[in-house]
Design a protein around this ligand. Structure first.
Ligand SMILES: Cc1cc2nc3c(=O)[nH]c(=O)nc-3n(C[C@H](O)[C@H](O)[C@H](O)COP(=O)(O)OP(=O)(O)OC[C@H]3O[C@@H](n4cnc5c(N)ncnc54)[C@H](O)[C@@H]3O)c2cc1C
Length: 420
């Protein structure tokens, strides 16, 4: 058994209810793991610290790769998208027609769907945050406490408590600022029947991108960029320019999504749109992990009786910030390891399954948001994609999750030889 990481051993508390697994966090990772464990016959406690009215800050985009792996996700009521506009930092854009749609979810809907599946499978769901100061009792079981004094014990502790996980910090070590992305944005209303376009736009002057993701009844706008170069005022201004440009285009204008002026909203018509949006927009912000390659090599996500899942483990794509797929896949792999009685085997399983892919994405991040042939790589890529169907096809496959970073270079080289 692993050591207890310096936590104090606690006196056994007779009132504790004991479980096979304590899962902290009922996002996609925690709920899916709880469902799989409960289906396999384990006694599971799932702690849901998110108040019902509070949605996780997220674009809610789920790739077709994920929809194919877990078709039940379609029951959670996302909006299916089969066309995406991709826009470069210089304002050039390309329309990508996807061979398979991806889905955009309201996180409230997705999370509650997954949590209810866990409950139906037999997991016990406890509402409210539990203390991160996890400890062990005298029989060696993990113990978590609620603010009200209640406590629960369990043989295995699972941290599925998101990007800021204090449990993961204790068990696997802290991440640096450069290994965190900051993402923030606004939700604005949308009529259900409105066919609003889905847009991904690479930022001029920053690593990262902005998005407009229409969901069933609102649009999620946002920006994701590196935490260590984050300049809130400038990025917020950029995002408002993007949102105003988006609405102005929908009103029939030929507005660019990136305005070249310092105050894009002050251009004709923009001010009025911005005033209207500011009255209704709901702001959100959160962090997404984006681990360095060396951290992927060194940081563990499992011991004999503990595991980290999803964002708590740092499992998000460092180029795109996509984390829902990895949250679900890590939950599935962990559950397989748990049910065969070998929790620590999860470590080798995630590495073999998607570890190399995430590590490769981490290596590519700098190049992806860097320069190439005297201009931004993303500008060049979109410029080529406008002209070349082979490059366009590769971009489509990247968006839907079917193109791995591991063979991206040879695929691009091969397809660049296709006729235009
Ligand atoms: C702005 C933004 C946009 C994003 N867009 C996308 C996207 O379009 N597509 C995509 O794939 N990914 C996206 N991501 C990443 C994605 O949101 C995460 O990777 C994903 O939610 C990870 O799932 P998780 O279950 O690991 O963690 P989370 O979804 O963060 O769930 C963790 C849960 O743990 C709970 N919790 C925390 N502490 C405690 C505690 N002490 N006790 C009890 N409960 C606790 C939290 O309340 C939360 O419900 C985005 C992220 C951000 C910030």
């Amino acid at each position: 058994m692993d050591d207890n990481f310096g936590f104090e051993r606690e006196a056994a508390l007779n009132k504790e209810e004991s479980f096979d697994a304590l899962i902290v966090g009922a996002g996609p990772a925690g709920s899916f793991a709880a469902e799989r464990l409960a289906r396999g016959g384990a006694r599971v406690a799932l702690f849901d610290g998110r108040p019902a009215e509070d949605a996780k800050a997220c674009g809610g985009g789920v790739t077709s790769k994920a929809l194919k792996a877990w078709p039940f996700l379609l029951e959670a009521g996302g909006r299916l998208v089969s066309e995406v506009e991709m826009c470069s930092p210089a304002g050039r854009s390309v329309r990508l027609e996807l061979s398979e749609p991806f889905a955009i979810y309201s996180r409230r809907a997705l999370d509650s769907h997954l949590r209810e599946r866990a409950r139906r499978a037999g997991a016990e769901v406890f509402e409210g945050r539990v203390s991160a100061a996890t400890a062990r009792n005298e029989t060696g079981e993990w113990v978590v406490h609620a603010r009200g004094g209640e406590s629960w014990s369990g043989r295995v502790l699972v941290a599925a408590d998101g990007a800021n996980s204090p449990i993961a910090r204790r068990l696997a070590g802290a991440l640096t600022n450069s290994e965190m992305e900051v993402a923030f944005g606004y939700r604005t209303p949308l009529a259900e029947t409105d066919d609003a376009p889905t847009v991904i736009a690479f930022l001029p002057g920053w690593a990262g991108y902005a998005w407009a993701f229409p969901r069933l009844d609102h649009i999620s706008f946002g920006i994701a960029t590196a935490q260590d170069t984050f300049d809130h005022k400038a990025l917020d201004r950029l995002l408002w320019g993007f949102m105003v440009g988006y609405y102005r285009r929908r009103a029939g204008g030929l507005s660019p999504l990136w305005s070249s002026t310092a105050e894009p909203s002050l251009e004709a018509g923009g001010c009025e749109i911005e005033e209207r949006l500011r009255r209704v927009a709901e702001r959100y912000a959160a962090r997404i992990p984006g681990l360095a390659p060396e951290t992927f090599d060194a940081r563990r996500a499992a011991g004999d009786d503990w595991a980290l899942l999803g964002d708590a483990a740092g499992f998000a794509d460092p180029v795109t910030g996509e984390g829902i797929f990895y949250a679900l896949r890590s939950a599935e792999l962990f559950a397989d390891a748990f049910l065969r009685g070998e929790v620590s085997a999860y470590e080798a399983m995630w590495r073999a399954d998607f570890g190399r892919e995430l590590r490769r994405a981490s290596q590519m991040r700098r190049r992806f948001y860097g320069d190439f042939w005297g201009g931004a790589f993303t500008d060049r890529m979109i410029g080529f994609a406008r002209l070349h169907r082979g490059i366009r096809r590769t971009l489509c496959e990247l968006v839907v999750g079917d193109q791995s970073y591991l063979d991206l270079k040879p695929t691009l080289a091969r397809r660049a030889a296709w006729p235009l």
